[in-house]
Design a protein around this ligand. Sequence first.
Ligand SMILES: *Cc1c(COP(=O)(O)O)cnc(C)c1O
Length: 366
Amino acid sequence: MKIPFVSFLPMEKELETGLKSAFGRVLDRSWYIGGEEVASFEKAFAEYCNVEYCVGTGNGLDALILILKALDIGAGDEVIVPSNTYIATALAVTYVGASPVFVEPDIRTFNIEPELIEKAITDRTKAIMPVHLYGQACNMDPILDIAHKHNLYIVEDCAQAHGATYKGKKVGTFGVAAGFSFYPGKNLGALGDAGAVVTNNKEIADKVRALGNYGSDFKYHHIYKGNNSRLDELQAAFLSVKLPHLERMNKERRRIAQMYSEGITNSRIIVPYVMTECIPVWHIYGIRCECRDALENYLNEHNIGTNKHYPIPMHLQDCYKDLKLTRGSYPIAEEISSTELSIPMYYGMTDDQIQYVIETINYFEG
Ligand SMILES: *Cc1c(COP(=O)(O)O)cnc(C)c1O
């Protein structure tokens, strides 16, 4: 048996007719940027997230950048981000000229530890960016309390958590605005790059839309020095085909995760911890193991695909050398980077495949 780390094929087979007819519809209309496909997907995705506004963007990184710009966050400002996340979160902060300030995660959930946030706040702090990593919502109540107490914005990075809930509330509804990615591998993925900003604030929605469209509020009239980051008609049409299946496909991921969590009994392995307040969507199923690299080789030898999220923490990346952080600066992020292993998780995995992954892991002797 050969099990890739991820495969889109089962999902694409099911949706093939719909995706092809979406392509045909856009081609027949011969209209590609800013039209009815984008408008209708934005409306549907806002409804799905239980928010008032959705603005499509070119990708998830731009969604975060456009939110920070719309909030006038820039040079001299600090934004709190988790020390364990995909680098896009920190790069968005850097891109607008502000400084990312890293806060360690709770090693059980991999998500930012609210208790450590307050110590990182200075008089330059403007916002907290919780990342609902691997598909599980952050512990939002204490984060909301801290933000309220210090008058800080919350900007959610929802790139890995489409549909995840905390106390029954969907992610993307907790802060002033939230960024989503529709990168093909995300729980809701386009057939290329795409992203979106969701918010209940009309002013921010309008500003994000203008900033991503050359700073233009109406044709050839420019109120900001904007850039070009728009969701296009074709990707919007594909996303509209996939969105109605998201809940069902997330549910299937939860079934796989439950089989893993109940089935993996090897004492060398720590399976992911789920907070009782959360219903995760399992973008990634990340186990931890002290001999992670040996486990990875062993699984790969047994034809099971794996991945690491993420092998080098952001503070040790070459591009952030200027921050003068060293090994030991963020020990929990470093611990995760050296022990986390992501195992296959995608819609359409068969019971035989899931069982094979479980059994192979249980036979691992380190
Ligand atoms: C994927 C991802 C992004 C960036 O999304 P893109 O669409 O690839 O630009 C941002 N944050 C996190 C946590 C991500 O996983």
